[in-house]
Design a binder for this molecule. Structure first.
Ligand SMILES: [Zn+2]
Length: 621
């Protein structure tokens, strides 16, 4: 063995014997106090919204903005036009529009559209001038809001619940009467980048953390689930007070439901007269499963509640503590959509259940700006979904042979498809501004999921897991951006990762390494590796010999300035780093060539090599 070469490169690990100060990033804060009533015959919501808004920024604010999301559900809206335009693009022979939206908005009648109308808005008791820009309300303040000061807003609004097209609305496919998301005038977020006033074109949300106190008056036959904890549970019954209690009978025609949610950045609710309710508890967290009874599905809804109890301790161990006292899985919406302390899901699919719940970490507690960095939410939630599903299957003994990389092979398949399609765009693209829905969804979900799985390849899986926990600890409730994540990844791993961020996020460059050639040099064997793709990576090269023994030959990449720890009990040799400017690298090892039967680059397949065929060399002596 040529030990001199193998040991030249000295590893430099910085394990978690450090403690970083909590990063400073000011956050605006808000208290919502809403009093609303929903008329179930006209589908009109009337509401009074009182906001206490604290400007923690160093800036004077001369305007504030609100989202009026439901204005998107009107013929000719930006959401309508965008969907119809995407419908003209064919991807795999199919229109690229969201099959739920298509051209449906263009056909809504006046009683079917959605709208949010502001009847009055006062700041500190004084009426303010407003301009409506589609789904954004601009309030031109008569008096500035000073830094570090608090103001109150009083809004009176009327909204019409649209026929369900996307996420929110009435009468979804499963017959849920009201899926109430994006339903109230919602304050836009102001942060170190300024105001975030994206039109509601398709997707992604960003909001101000605060406390919500919401009182909803609705026909007494309706049953509700929502963000927050039911404050008047003893008046309502229906399992909210004690397991198995019926909905209390009352004499008045309408019933009032009172929810409170603390430190959340949105509030969702859903209502239907035929809802059923399962309640469970795990680690001090109350789990509600609220669904419409269909006999063939009953058992599966029960299994959602059972699975939630099984997976929460694992989720907390892997990704950090769940910060809220409750979580509700509510049937509603048009797929699966995440909200604080709740999700609206069409059906009891466990994959969706785990995915939406994991958004509580990446969209509710960390809450990166999803418009700008959709992958930080969708990608990370998808990564966690794969891990949680694998854990659940193991506990339940639902084991089946799995393709590599374990738990994430689907994401890699999608990414390889996108890279070949010619429709790939950089991950830095704003969520609504991708050329195609396919380009958005594979980047946000799959390439984001792979960012973490491939990070395990670069820094080792165990260090990646520590990074995720440290990231959560340092950045929850602070809206982290990509630099913040990569800073934590570098600090925890002791490996320089700026190159990974640049290539993976800012470019669509591919990874492709090959085993180029090999030859004997006396008793030593030499293998030449070649980088064909534009993106450089460190290399795990696994060698298998005639006696079935194996060795890992690890070649770090120069820009890392360090290497990862060994990941298995296999014998490992660490070589000098490969300078990225060099297209080839020769690995030497101390076995006669005739002993070698196989050489393979990254046998775990965590590196996103777009051509796996040239990664393996088999020798039939
Ligand atoms: Zn998601």
């Amino acid at each position: 063995m040529n030990r001199k070469l193998a040991l030249l490169f000295i590893l430099n690990f910085a394990f978690l014997i450090f403690s970083y100060a909590q990063p400073e990033r000011w956050q605006q804060s808000v208290k919502y106090n809403m009093n609303v009533s929903l008329d179930v015959t006209t589908n009109i919501v009337n509401g009074i919204e009182k906001l206490e808004y604290t400007n923690n920024s160093p800036d004077k604010l001369n305007k504030v903005y609100f989202h009026l999301y439901w204005n998107a559900f009107q013929p000719g809206s930006e959401m309508d036009v965008r969907s119809r335009e995407l419908g003209k693009i064919l991807v795999n022979g199919k229109p690229d529009w969201d099959s739920r939206v298509r051209d449906r908005i263009s056909k809504l009648t006046p009683t079917e559209i959605g709208y949010q109308k502001i009847k009055s808005i006062k700041m500190n008791g004084v009426e303010q001038p407003v301009i409506v820009h589609g789904t954004i309300l601009e309030v031109d303040l008569i008096k500035d809001i000073q830094p570090k000061s608090k103001v109150t807003f009083d809004l009176v609004f009327e909204a019409q619940v649209p026929v369900q097209i996307r996420r929110s609305g009435r009468d979804n496919e499963e017959g849920v009467r009201y899926s109430m998301s994006q339903w109230y005038p919602k304050l836009c977020e102001y942060d170190y980048e300024g105001w975030h006033t994206e039109q509601y074109v398709a997707r992604e949300f960003y909001g101000v953390w605060g406390d919500y106190d919401v009182t909803i008056k609705i026909d007494r036959s309706y049953k509700l689930g929502g963000t927050g904890v039911l404050a008047n549970a003893t008046q309502i019954g229906w399992g909210y007070d004690k397991p198995g209690t019926p909905l209390k009978s009352i004499s008045s025609a309408e019933r009032t439901w009172h929810f409170t949610g603390k430190n959340v950045h949105d509030f969702v609710w859903a209502a239907d007269p035929d809802y059923e309710h399962i309640v469970k508890s795990v680690d001090g967290v109350t789990i509600n499963v609220i669904y419409k009874k269909v006999d063939s599905m009953e058992q599966r809804w029960q299994s959602v509640a059972d699975a939630a109890v099984i997976v929460l301790p694992y989720m907390e161990k892997r990704f950090g503590k769940y910060a809220y006292p409750q979580y509700s899985f509510i049937q509603g919406g048009d797929g699966g959509m995440e909200y604080p302390m709740a999700t609206l899901i069409k059906g009891p699919s466990l994959g969706t259940v785990f995915h939406e719940w994991m958004h509580s970490w990446y969209q509710m507690m960390l809450a990166s700006n999803e418009n700008e960095h959709p992958w930080m939410d969708e990608g990370y939630a998808s990564y966690a979904q794969g891990e949680v599903s694998a854990y659940y299957n193991k506990v339940m003994n639902i084991e089946s042979p799995k393709p590599l990389p374990l738990n994430h092979a689907g994401a890699y398949r999608g990414y390889y498809f996108l890279q070949k399609s010619g429709l790939a765009e950089p991950m830095t693209t704003n969520a609504d501004h991708y050329n195609t829905n396919m380009g958005y969804s594979i980047n946000a979900y799959s390439k984001g999921e792979m960012l973490l799985e491939q990070l395990g390849y670069i820094v080792s899986d165990s260090v990646r897991d520590q990074i995720l926990l440290e990231y959560y600890k340092l950045w929850r409730f602070k809206h982290p951006n990509p630099n913040d994540f990569f800073k934590v990844a570098q600090d925890v791993s002791g490996i320089q990762l700026g190159w990974y961020k640049e290539y993976w996020l800012n470019t669509i460059k591919s990874i492709d390494y090959k085993i180029d050639s090999l030859w004997a040099d006396g008793d030593i064997t030499k293998i030449r590796l070649r980088r064909i793709g534009e993106m450089p990576m460190p290399i795990d090269l696994e060698l298998t010999f005639r006696d079935s023994s194996r060795e890992i030959h690890y070649v770090p990449m120069d820009m890392m300035l360090a290497g990862k720890p060994a990941e298995s009990s296999e014998t490992r040799f660490v070589h000098e780093p490969w300078n990225w400017t060099n297209p080839t690298y020769v690995v030497e090892f101390d076995h006669p060539l005739t002993q070698l039967i196989k050489a393979e680059i990254d046998p775990t397949k965590r590196m996103a090599d777009v051509n796996l065929d040239n990664n393996v060399l088999k020798l039939n002596w």
